[in-house]
Write a protein that binds this ligand. Structure first.
Ligand code: ADP
Ligand code: MG
Length: 248
């Protein structure tokens, strides 16, 4: 097996462009099985672009993305989902007119919907994790609170049975209490063995539950290390934590 065999996601020197604009210049990042890795950085740093390149939504202009040891640089997103690379996108992107239940079933689409016994089991497990959603299976997704919608977006991603759950801006538009609650759910999922790559503007929240962290600025990694060390780095704290109240 190659040296990358023990690494779940291995991004090497990734470059991403939108036309002439370079959003990701040279980012290398890895996630090991069972790890919770945080990516922090200010608005426009290139975090979402990095995730789009990793998950196959945008074709990289350079570099490579290995997933479970295989080069998946040019693999389209829907195939990566089937391999276990599942993203909760920024802004959640639910089907607002569909019920909670239908949104969950759509999450299992890559595995043929809710037909199999395994998918039914996953459905039950997800509803146990989010009892709130269980009470509201028939409700229109778009009529729920922001926090409930984020729960649904996570639950829908779990329906696809991820090996690596990628989350872009968990906290977007949510009250601090809800953010804490959802961070708790992620920590619980991670304790259960699920690897997570969490992009988050609320650096302190992300660092509190992460094993390892990367700080991104201008499409580059400017710091990386154990999240406890990153959280103690005065420059990081000043640049990112100081701005957290101003972030949307
Ligand atoms: N679809 C797009 N088309 C053109 N430029 C984009 C697009 N998406 C993002 N960008 C630009 O790429 C850079 C990185 O953006 P983004 O990855 O969204 O950062 P972040 O998620 O860290 O806020 C920014 O300069 C942004 O304006
Ligand atoms: Mg973003």
């Amino acid at each position: 097996m190659s040296a990358t065999g023990a690494i779940l996601l291995d991004i090497r020197s990734l470059e991403l462009r939108y036309g002439a604009a370079v959003a990701v210049r040279d980012i290398s990042l890895s996630v090991k099985p069972g790890q919770l890795v945080a990516v922090i950085g200010n608005n426009g740093a290139g975090k979402s672009s990095l995730l789009r390149g990793a998950t196959g939504l945008v074709r990289p202009a350079g570099g490579q993305v290995f997933f479970r040891g295989a080069d998946t640089t040019l693999m389209p997103a829907h195939r990566k989902v089937r391999q276990g690379l599942v993203m909760v996108p920024e802004g959640r992107l639910l089907f607002p007119d569909q019920s909670v239940e239908d949104n969950l079933i759509l999450g299992a689409y890559a595995h043929g919907g809710l037909k199999g016994a395994r998918a039914r089991q996953t459905f039950e497990r997800v509803l146990t994790l989010f009892p709130r959603l269980k009470e509201r299976l028939a409700q229109q997704a778009g009529s729920m609170s922001g926090g409930e919608q984020q729960m649904l977006a996570i639950a829908r991603a779990l329906m696809a049975e991820p090996e690596l759950l990628v989350i872009d801006e968990l906290s977007l538009g949510l009250a601090p209490k809800i953010v804490d609650q959802l961070m708790g759910v992620l920590a619980e999922l991670n304790e259960g063995g699920l690897a997570i790559l969490l992009v988050e503007q609320l650096a302190a929240h992300a660092l509190a539950i992460a094993d390892h962290a990367y700080v991104i600025a201008n499409g580059r990694v400017v710091r990386q290390g154990p999240s406890t060390e990153i959280a103690r780095d005065p420059e990081v704290m000043e640049s990112f934590l100081g701005k957290k109240k101003a972030a949307s």
